[in-house]
Design a protein around this ligand. Sequence first.
Ligand code: AVI
Length: 324
Amino acid sequence: YRPRPSILVRRREISTAADPGDDLRESLSADSATISSKYLYDPLGSKLFELICYTPEYYLTRTEAAIFDRHAEDMATAVGAGVTFIDLGAGNCAKAARLLPLFKPRQYVPVDISTEFLKNSLVVLQTAFPALDVQPLAMDFSSTLQLPPSVGQDRRLFFYPGSSFGNFSPIAAVEFLRTLRRNLRADDGGLLMGIDLVKDKIVIDQAYSDSLGITAAFNRNVLLNVNRLIDADFDVSDWEHRGFFHLDKSRVEMHLEAKRDVTVTWRSQPDGSRRFRAGERIHTENSYKYTTDSMFALLDRAGFAVSDSWFDPHKWFMVLYAKP
Ligand code: AVI
């Protein structure tokens, strides 16, 4: 019997800005209005993202899963024995749970901003792997990553699947990799991560504009979240989802486009309003797509050396292993 581990909550690192309203009121008032993509993930938004992963068009999740299914043994061999498995954005820990029997870490460190997610996944994990030392960490690792001394007695391996890396801006992306690198010693395990690759524009466009309209619901739901956060009066039916691959910028952009002239008012202090003309857009998310070369160059700039990479047959997605 192993007592259930408690979740170490690094509150200071969780970016619960005292008032998310400040940032929202400002970004909505800008000439080109934006809403930070972090507001997409309220409880309903998180569920909608889970559903997106089941849509026929969103190839990312199933393509990555197929790469893991096919190459997990090679990956475990490349990484070697005796690692502490640090799962960044662990969520329900399902992706890691499939790899743990092969990687056989002594310690598993699920890191997630959501303590709720961590609590649920712990119950499942400890039942499936009773001997595993699980050290959950509630932390916003995308802004600050601080590992307590109890983490990483063995060689540290960062696990970052799902191509969430693509949601960083180019500057934040290198910064993030450098932060990971700073948390690794020369003989540590390194970084195992999933990256969505540049491909035919049509394939990417469809993945971010699925025919069931789930991505549209995910995007438009951000307005309901904003209504709650700043007491605004967005009417979701005034807004249309746009999601498309921007070739020159090598990124998918999600926007909400006003169907008609709209005035949105918020009553949280300082109260205010914003007029949108029909066709005007609010930018809600970027999802960068890399080539193998551009990704390897980025890792190089951050002090990593790519040791192995695995692909699906179309080369739509890559799982790479980089060492410090
Ligand atoms: C979480 N992230 C990897 C997703 C992506 O593909 O950039 C978020 C998403 N946005 C629209 N569909 C999915």
